[in-house]
Design a protein around this ligand. Structure first.
Ligand code: HMG
Ligand code: MG
Length: 295
């Protein structure tokens, strides 16, 4: 059965802007405020990673300490290790996300360690998060393919997802990092993961490199998943996944969901204005077809 309502986890200010030309802190603050004003209640606002690896996110502490908070909105940060978690905590992040991968090569390129080593690093982070009552989300990358290894076995996606879930992540976001998946494969992957993690604890995080993200989400909508990640204006990509384009544009997702009668709580026009504004700042047209059609 299709859900009546879905939760959209907005990643534009992090996944989007981590892979665009650097924008000012002020422009990010404006974007985050615009996103909250459009009705989004889950906003990933930055990441506490090495500034040598991702310089675009180096001002995340300023973002978290300076942004005006809207009541009812959760502002989240990506944290790869204990150091990142401590910085996120000091900056007032409401929740954090750890990120692992279903591909060994991607794990090495993205976080400079093996999958098993990454899990080891997450243990003290999870303990500290628990002490501070900070919810932790878990990402698994390369769930439908890897930029270095190509095919990824669904059993490996399920294995890593189960580990992160059992470690205490409240939700597992399954990332098609390079947007190579197609609907039948996406369903098969979700079926495999849903055997080891309750399906309602799963989220889909699909990049739209090959234009398949919306079709893939639609294919999985009746499986019990009601959380989807998206990026306003289709911003971004991943700096350690060559050729990866942005996530599915939030505007396109909202348009489809509203069109099939599923509530999101989001004002599409306000969202499109937010996306057009940040696209202008970056100096390119919005990657959202819906935003372009709305004008
Ligand atoms: P490393 O070099 O192995 O780390 O990097 P290290 O522990 O050896 O430390 C080296 C230096 O980094 C030290 O500084 C540390 O203090 C510093 P130095 O002594 O040289 O001055 N450092 C940090 N600084 C700030 N914040 C931190 C931190 N940790 C160490 N948290 C590390 C390992 C994980 C840090 C690095 O590989 C890294 O930052 N990787 C992040 C890459 C990244 O952000 N990728 C994009 C996000 S993932 C993504 O987009 C996928 C996703 O969207 C889902 C999907 O689409 O699939 C989530
Ligand atoms: Mg991503």
């Amino acid at each position: 059965m299709m859900p009546k309502k879905v939760s959209i986890f907005e990643v534009g200010a992090r996944d989007g802007l981590q892979n665009e030309v650097a924008v000012t802190t002020l422009a990010k603050l404006q974007l985050i405020a615009d996103l909250a004003a459009s009705g989004l209640t889950r906003i990933e606002a930055g990441s506490f990673v090495s500034p040598k690896w991702v310089p675009q996110m180096a001002d995340s502490a300023d973002i978290f300490t300076q942004m005006p908070r809207v009541k009812g909105v959760t502002y989240s940060a990506l944290t790869p290790n204990l150091k990142g978690f401590e910085l996120a905590l000091a900056s007032g992040a409401d929740e954090v996300a750890i990120f692992g991968a279903a591909s060994e090569s991607f794990s090495q390129k993205n976080i400079n360690c093996s999958i098993d080593e990454s899990i080891e690093r997450f243990i003290p982070l999870m303990q500290l998060a628990k002490q501070h009552n900070i919810p932790v989300r878990g990402y698994v990358s390369c769930v439908l393919g890897c930029p270095y290894e190509g095919h990824i076995e669904v059993s490996e996606v399920a294995r890593v997802s189960e580990i992160l879930y059992k470690m205490g992540c409240y939700e597992i976001s399954l990332g098609d990092t390079i947007g190579v998946g197609t609907p039948v494969n996406a369903r098969r992957m979700v079926e495999a993961v849903a055997k080891v993690v309750p399906v309602e604890k799963l989220a889909l995080h699909f990049h739209d490199t090959y234009g398949q993200a919306l079709a893939n989400i639609f294919a999985c909508l009746d499986m019990g998943i009601a959380t989807f990640d998206a990026s306003v204006a289709g911003l971004g990509g991943c700096p350690y996944a060559k050729g990866a384009s942005g996530n599915l544009a939030t505007e396109d997702l909202v348009y489809m969901l509203h069109g099939i009668g599923i509530e999101t709580g989001i004002d599409l026009n306000k969202l499109a204005i937010a996306g057009n504004h940040i696209s202008q700042i970056i100096g390119r047209k919005s990657a959202s077809k819906v935003a372009n059609a709305l004008g």
